[in-house]
Ligand binder design. Structure first.
Ligand SMILES: Nc1nc2c(ncn2[C@@H]2O[C@H](COP(=O)(O)OP(=O)(O)OP(=O)(O)O)[C@@H](O)[C@H]2O)c(=O)[nH]1
Ligand SMILES: [Mg+2]
Length: 323
């Protein structure tokens, strides 16, 4: 480790939350000058996170993910765990709002000394938000957080992507959210472990029960002879159903550990991580090498004047760079 990184890592391991925050910021930096320190920070050689549980909480905007995480986090802390909450927000224009939301929706958790809450990195992080989330998870686990909750807004491919980062996926939905049965993508249904039909309170109790029953029936059909994800009615406001939901999440995690799914899944994730990181490194390498060269400028002039197809130009550039 470099002289600068060593004390930072030591402070982080000893539980200094400020050091953890600074290490994550360093990791999110896209600046080439920080690359050596980033590598150094990830080269501790510690076997990290072997007994952690990483839980994805995903679902459409506003269904109550953060409100549920506030309670889940406090519950896990009451069981003696240290909890880190990370947010992935794939759409940059929502990031500002989400940072505010994270703080206000988790008032007690964010004040708890056994919790660490980190909002989404700003957009434009090299290698993508999910890539950096992996590194952030690693740092949180090095800092002793053994329950990692990753909140992600369920739009596009983010639910399926988050399942490549986590051990257990909780899908949050609500009656009348518009993502009814048709709105939930098949790919999503395949990666979730547990479903919460949230906001089952007040006038929404009856519609929630009906929606939960429809959802359970559909999952049953879809999963055939395999056990489908279980569906639970919850309210983050009244806290009805929360204990059962947490018990179910624990049961799923325990089952995955004893069946070997947890270990198999983690190995597969490491393979994906390695492959994606390789692409990311190559990308950066090419970007770095190709930036100011005359050869590239020359190609660019030809591309812009229409005499050279961008595809052909890219092929020439990469071949030149690769010798
Ligand atoms: N009635 C009711 N309202 C809830 C419940 N849970 C959350 N809310 C409200 O729903 C709104 C959104 O809650 P959040 O917890 O921020 O939802 P979210 O899914 O994290 O939202 P994004 O992060 O923006 O996608 C807030 O106004 C909450 O107070 C619930 O169980 N019942
Ligand atoms: Mg939220």
């Amino acid at each position: 480790m470099t002289d600068k990184v060593h004390p930072l890592f030591s402070a982080l391991v000893s539980g200094d939350r400020g050091a953890l925050g600074r290490a994550i910021t360093l990791m999110e930096s896209a600046h080439p000058k920080d690359q050596d320190e980033k590598l150094s920070l990830l080269s501790s050689g510690h076997s990290i996170g072997t007994d952690s549980v990483r839980i994805a909480v995903t679902g459409a905007p506003g269904v109550g993910k953060s409100s549920l995480i506030e309670h889940l986090g406090l519950y896990l802390i009451s069981k003696g765990h240290k909890v880190a909450v990370l947010a992935i927000d794939p759409s940059s224009d929502r990031t500002g709002g989400s940072i505010l939301g994270d703080k206000t929706r988790m008032p007690n958790l964010s004040r708890n000394p056994h919790a660490f809450i980190r909002p989404s990195p700003t957009s434009g992080v090299l290698g993508g938000v999910a890539q950096m989330t992996r590194e952030t998870i690693y740092l949180c686990e090095a800092a002793g957080y053994d329950r990692i909750i990753v909140e992600t807004v369920g739009i596009g491919q983010s639910e399926t992507r988050v399942s490549t980062l986590t051990d257990v996926v909780l899908f949050v939905t609500m009656a009348g959210s518009g993502d009814g049965l048709q709105g939930i993508k098949r790919g999503v249904l395949e990666v979730i472990d547990v479903v919460a039909v949230n906001k089952s309170d007040g006038a929404s109790v009856q519609p929630s029960e009906q929606f939960a029953a429809e959802l359970a029936a559909a999952l049953h059909l879809l999963y055939g002879s395999n056990a489908p994800p279980s569906v639970w009615l919850t309210s983050a406001n009244t806290q009805v159903g929360l204990e059962r939901l947490w018990a179910q999440l624990e049961e799923v995690a325990e089952h995955k550990m004893t069946s070997g799914d947890y270990a198999r899944n983690r190995k597969k994730q490491l393979e994906t991580w390695f492959e994606q990181a390789t692409m990311h490194s190559m990308n950066q390498f090419i970007r770095h090498m190709a930036s100011p060269s005359d050869f590239k400028e020359d190609l660019l002039v030809q591309v812009k004047s229409g005499v050279l197809h961008p595809y052909v130009a890219a092929d020439r550039l990469v071949k030149k760079l690769m010798g």
